[in-house]
Design a binder for this molecule. Structure first.
Ligand code: FE2
Length: 383
């Protein structure tokens, strides 16, 4: 019902979609100059022909919102749709399936291994899932209330579900079965001398996860054994949770700097810290992943406390103070990165999701649509 309503709303809005303005054309030519993200290819002309184009009436102001504010909200809505899709898959197999987050019936073996990270993992997965759905629904409802076009990615729900018992057999936006998880967020939040906004680079906490492709959910019932294999899958999920939510933690404060309306700023400042709340939880739980080697593929989860160094120490889950703005200032505990249009921005977020393997199997048009939304969001500036 909800999706039908969303579709109807979108079609109604598209009836008003006129000729693109000069402003739109200049944005198009900017994008034609060669944004390349992952396997998406170069952004080309004709992008606005799809159902996700920006209506011309929104070119100046939508219900009092600037174009930049609409662009930021629409990109965030897209990200929340993507997050909802991936968290739904985790919840079906490893969370709590109830009236708040329906769908699926759980995988006992997978859930048991997630609970090695924390006895309350299923509740946390459920709550994170519900939060992402609430973000998605709120942002789209707010856009509609301002006469701006909502974001609907339903036509890109083409990827298969896990065949493991407990998963719904429906089509998905995201792929959790071939992940290459960047775990440098772990060391980034421990460094006292480096900041990605000031050129810092960071070592992987779990080097093996950053090379190759690994499932974060059981692909089928054959993945439920041996013991160290299904534990490795659950532990991959544990680090993936942190990867996803630290991304949101940077994205909201980064985009907030381009917002014009005080109310839109309030929305970003109210949703963003909930992503950080999720991140903080997952950061803590990932450190409980047991040291092991997956006998099926050689993936190693090392003992992060073995070195005795602070860069991997598992209980350092609160951000260490680091350099911010300039090295002339004293170190400060902060979210990092936050530089506008920088490595925590919209385009960088889509690139990170793509590199993560989340979109393996997606259509070229999916990347084109996402990248256009991202470029527009990164271009937004306070009016
Ligand atoms: Fe969210």
């Amino acid at each position: 019902m909800e999706q039908n309503a969303q579709q109807a709303q979108q079609e109604k809005l598209m009836e008003h979609d006129g000729q693109p303005s000069k402003h739109t054309s200049s944005r198009r030519s900017f994008m034609r100059k060669g944004l390349v993200v992952g396997g998406a290819g170069t952004i080309g002309a004709g992008l606005l022909a799809g159902g996700l184009s920006l209506p011309a009436f929104a070119e100046e102001r939508s219900g009092g919102l600037t174009q930049g504010d609409v662009d930021i909200l629409r990109f965030l809505a897209a990200v929340e749709i993507i997050e909802s899709d991936l968290w739904q898959q985790y919840n079906e197999l490893g969370g709590i399936q109830d009236s708040e987050v329906p769908g699926g019936s759980g995988s006992k073996a997978y859930t048991t291994k997630l609970q090695v990270l924390d006895g309350d993992m299923s509740q946390y997965i459920h709550d994170n899932t519900e939060d992402e759905f609430s973000h998605m629904r709120f942002l789209n409802a707010y856009l509609a209330s301002k006469g701006a076009e909502q974001v609907n990615l339903d036509k890109f729900r083409t990827l298969p579900s896990s065949k493991a018992t407990g998963a719904q057999q429906i089509r998905r936006l995201t792929n959790l079965m071939q992940l290459t998880v960047d775990t440098s967020w772990w060391t980034r939040y421990r460094s006292r001398t480096q900041n990605p906004d000031l050129g810092g680079t960071f070592a992987q906490a779990i080097p093996g996860l950053s090379k190759g492709q690994f499932p974060a959910i059981p692909r089928n019932n054959g993945d439920l054994a041996p013991d160290a294999h299904i534990q490795a899958i659950a532990s991959t999920a544990g680090f993936h949770f942190g990867f996803i939510e630290q991304g949101g933690s940077s994205l909201y404060p980064t985009l907030a700097q381009g917002v014009t309306s005080l109310e839109v700023l309030r929305i970003l400042l109210s949703i963003g810290p909930t992503e950080t709340s999720h991140f903080q939880t997952w950061h803590d739980k990932a450190g409980n992943a047991p040291a092991l080697t997956d006998p099926t593929n050689g993936l190693v989860f090392p003992d992060l406390n073995a070195s005795g160094g602070e860069d991997t120490q598992t209980n350092l889950i609160m951000p260490e103070p680091t350099i911010f703005l300039s090295r002339k200032f004293p170190p400060v505990s902060i979210i990092r990165p936050t530089q506008i249009a920088g490595s925590g921005g919209a385009v960088a977020t889509i690139k990170a999701f793509t590199d993560d393997g989340l979109f393996i199997g997606q259509l070229p048009e999916f990347f084109a649509v996402l990248n256009e939304l991202a470029v527009r969001a990164d271009e937004a500036r306070r009016g």
